[in-house]
Design a protein around this ligand. Structure first.
Ligand code: NAD
Ligand code: UDP
Length: 312
């Protein structure tokens, strides 16, 4: 049985990854400090003998007894309101946390996959974004704490690969959604679903002409699984290229939830909010044979079923 450590294992993506690797027959260790995650996301795994949970802040120190074959480093605040509230923890987990996990991977001779982000492209001047694009990031703006932490994560991961010969994988994740997102994490999809279900105003930041491309969580998990088992060490974009403006996205959520009290309101656009975003997934297609299979209509329907059960 291969043994895998998943940091951020109690979070949205981490908990779905725990499910997937348990299903594939791995021994799974979820490590988390519950900064933005919750044990509720993995409560169903606790009775399984092949599952372990370690409560630990990976920015301080990481110890795992026994052998490890793989590490997935997903610990980090991920929503803009989370990382704006916790700028130092965000920088530390991207920098010190990543360093600790690379050190652990080296000691255990494990392969490590680190979670990077489309935010490394900043407010992009090239569209859609291929992996070769170096990005347009404001290092001293409010989002810099996340974007630069992830750029450092990529740089130190490449250094461990080149200098120590470590087996490394880097995924650049574009906006992903699905069950287990926190209703109050401030990201656009949980915000809109919660507001629509409660019959409140859907808070569009700015005029809503900015765009994003939303990927359903099961598709992302499949991409991560394939990348981990591939032999490709350079960054790979995983996301759904189907791009939509935030205004049109709000209208889709309104139509699906169908609550006559819900409506659209406008708030100020946050500083440095990227205007456009769409992954170029040529590499994922060619190297991993991966592409998304769940379209937004289907993904939103499934996610609505989840939000119905958790929005108070
Ligand atoms: P999330 O907030 O649900 O999960 C992050 C998890 O990391 C939480 O459980 C949190 O408690 C844990 N964590 C944070 N700091 C920690 C620390 N110092 N030590 C141990 N655990 C810590 O967010 P998510 O959406 O699941 O994101 C997971 C990863 O994927 C992040 O690294 C994020 O940057 C990356 N990512 C996500 C998206 C997306 O659309 N969801 C997009 C790009 C990148
Ligand atoms: N957004 C919005 N209303 C909200 C939350 C977000 O209009 O209540 C916008 C935000 O300005 C951005 C997009 O939706 O343009 C996606 O925001 P999110 O925080 O989900 O992720 P980002 O891609 O910005 O990291």
């Amino acid at each position: 049985m291969p043994r895998i450590l998943i940091t951020g294992g109690a979070g949205f993506l981490g908990s779905h990854l725990c499910d997937r690797f348990i299903k594939e027959g791995y021994q799974v260790i979820a490590m988390d400090n519950l900064l933005t995650g919750s044990k509720d996301n993995i409560a169903h795994l606790f009775p399984l003998p092949e599952f372990e949970y370690y409560h630990n802040d990976v920015s301080n120190f990481v110890h795992v007894a026994g052998p490890l074959d793989y590490i997935l480093h997903f610990a980090s605040p991920a929503s803009p309101i989370d990382y704006l509230k916790m700028p130092i923890q965000t920088l530390k987990v991207g920098a010190l946390g990543t360093h600790n996990l690379l050190g652990l991977a080296k000691e255990k001779k494990a392969r490590i996959l680190v979670a990077s982000t489309s935010e490394v492209y900043g407010d992009p001047l090239i569209h859609p974004q291929p992996e070769e694009y170096w990005g347009n990031v404001n290092p001293v703006g409010p989002r810099g704490v996340y974007d630069e932490a992830k750029r450092f994560l990529e740089a130190i991961t490449m250094a461990y690969h080149n200098y120590h010969g470590l087996e490394t994988r880097i995924i650049r994740i574009f906006n992903t959604y699905g069950s287990r997102m926190r209703t109050d994490d401030g990201r656009v999809l949980p915000a809109f679903f919660s507001q629509a279900i409660r019959g409140e105003g859907l808070t569009i930041f700015g005029d809503g002409s900015q765009s994003r491309s939303f990927c359903y969580v099961d598709d992302l998990v499949e991409g991560i699984y394939r990348l981990l088992l591939s032999d490709y060490h350079l960054p790979v974009n995983i996301g759904n290229p189907d791009e939509i403006t935030i205004m049109d996205f709000a209208k889709e959520v309104l139509a699906l939830v169908n609550n006559p009290a819900a409506h659209i309101i406008h708030h100020d656009l946050p500083v440095d909010d990227p205007k456009i975003r769409q992954p170029d997934i040529t590499k994922a297609r060619e190297i991993l044979g991966w592409e998304p299979t769940v379209d937004r209509e289907e993904g939103l329907k499934r996610t609505f079923e989840y939000f119905k059960t958790v929005v108070k």
